[in-house]
Write a protein that binds this ligand. Sequence first.
Ligand code: ADP
Ligand code: MG
Ligand code: MG
Length: 204
Amino acid sequence: TAVLDTDFFRRWMSAVSAAVDREAGRLTELDSAIGDADHGANMRRGLAAAVASLEEERPATPGAVLVLAGRRLISTVGGASGPLYGTLLRRAGKALGDAGSVDAALLRDALRTGVEAVAQLGSAAPGDKTMLDALYPAIEALGESGDGFEAARRAAEEGAAATVPMQARRGRASYLGERSIGHQDPGATSSALFFAALAEAAGD
Ligand code: ADP
Ligand code: MG
Ligand code: MG
């Protein structure tokens, strides 16, 4: 099993930021169909601030990297996605404790804790057409061994694609009722970027 050190977690956050920069147009386009057309800008602003803070403060452990990144997302993103992703990263970071490096099984358990906190904060469940529809399948795909970043990446993408026929029951998209059907959820799409970046940081 791979040992994931502090530098791995910094690379992960940088890779998320780069992916969000590349895909910001698409995220905003998806959010213009069933939301308020700011998801790309929200994610860019939040991840750029997170990466800048990681550079300045140089947190010393994997847990501290995720806690700091989560804190910055919460403080810089006005939209729903800021507190939700911020909670995911903060809770996952806390669950990692203060170890200098972690294995993939601990990372999977910590991410599950974080995703459950997102579900609680947003009062949302799988099938509600939210980021959870990409996050839960990705966590499950990380698997028993704790390995399998590439499988998680694929599961998150499939989970995001599976939101197209769903009717939104949480967030702004839910205001559209049946008119939310037929569009991919922006947050599920950005969640897939988190897992693509994880696989990238792992060199999968
Ligand atoms: P806002 O909707 O405030 O403009 P964003 O556009 O940045 O925020 O993020 C929208 C995304 O946030 C949605 O596509 C959805 O995936 C996610 N989201 C919104 N509300 C919830 C919720 N209650 N639970 C989980 N995810 C949610
Ligand atoms: Mg929006
Ligand atoms: Mg908004």
